[in-house]
Design a protein. Structure first.
Length: 260
């Protein structure tokens, strides 16, 4: 399947790590992942959940002084046109477009500084957010929901709420992106660009579904990670009632594990 057939939809998530082997071990213990080569050399691998591709992990060049973070990629019909639309709307194309064996990609930041990628080429037909091995959902933490929704709609072709296709519906305090009526992403306002806490800055955030949140939390703490926050209130790592927890991996990358 090619990116044109699902243009605008999230099609992959990637982590660029400062120590790829350590990240493989950490996420293997926390999320139960195994790995296989990605065909892009020794500096990139594909993470598998129950034998199915779920995400990519790559090595971050030591010369790049950037924060380690999970980054979603969105399918586009033409990466050059999408990159031009990004620049025209006051955002930045930081890397690319670059050619790979199965397509072309670019890494960008939106006007508030949240990083995301765009991809033109082959996409997996068995990878859909919220289903199978893919992340449970994505969420953009941004300064202003309406401004962000307008930017991504213009860049990625998201349509107003309608029947079928890829549509963005505005709610009271957030917006919901649906792919064929299936929720794949949300946009929430209230983030601040100048704060020191990375949880409060504009960014795309990835949710991974796990059988037991407390087991993943225990594995994360034992592997050098940390508990960043939880909506369930204080709880000890041994409790089994926790349904969601935001974790920080040893490199500082934030992600959420959920049993919802």
């Amino acid at each position: 399947m090619d990116s044109q057939s699902v243009a605008g939809a999230p099609c992959w998530v990637t982590l660029l790590s400062r120590d790829m082997s350590a990240s493989q071990a950490f996420y293997g213990n926390v999320l139960g992942w195994t790995y296989r080569p990605a065909g892009l050399g020794d500096d990139f691998c594909v993470a598998l959940a129950d034998g199915l591709p779920v995400a990519g992990i790559g090595a971050l060049a030591s010369s790049l002084q950037v924060a380690v973070a999970w980054t979603p990629y969105f399918a586009v019909a033409d990466v050059d046109e999408a990159a031009a639309r990004i620049r025209e709307r006051g955002a930045t194309v930081a890397v690319g477009p670059l050619a790979f064996h199965s397509g072309r990609a670019a890494l960008a930041t939106d006007p508030d500084g949240a990083a995301f990628g765009i991809w033109e080429g082959s996409v997996r037909s068995d990878w859909t957010v919220g289903r199978g091995s893919a992340p449970a959902w994505l969420e953009l933490r941004t300064r202003d929901t309406s401004d962000a929704a307008r930017f991504y709609s213009q860049v990625l072709g998201w349509a107003p709420e309608a029947e079928g296709g890829l549509t963005l519906a505005h709610k009271d305090d957030h917006a919901v992106l649906r792919q064929n009526e299936h929720v794949v992403a949300k946009i929430r306002g209230g983030a601040e660009q100048a704060v020191a806490d990375p949880q409060m800055r504009p960014r795309w955030h990835v949710y991974f579904r796990v059988p037991e949140v407390s087991d993943s939390l225990t594995a994360a703490l034992n592997g050098g990670g940390a508990l960043a926050s939880t909506p369930d209130g204080p709880a000890s790592p041994g409790e089994t009632t926790r349904r969601e927890a935001t974790l920080r991996d040893p490199d500082g990358a934030l992600f959420t594990v959920t049993s919802r």
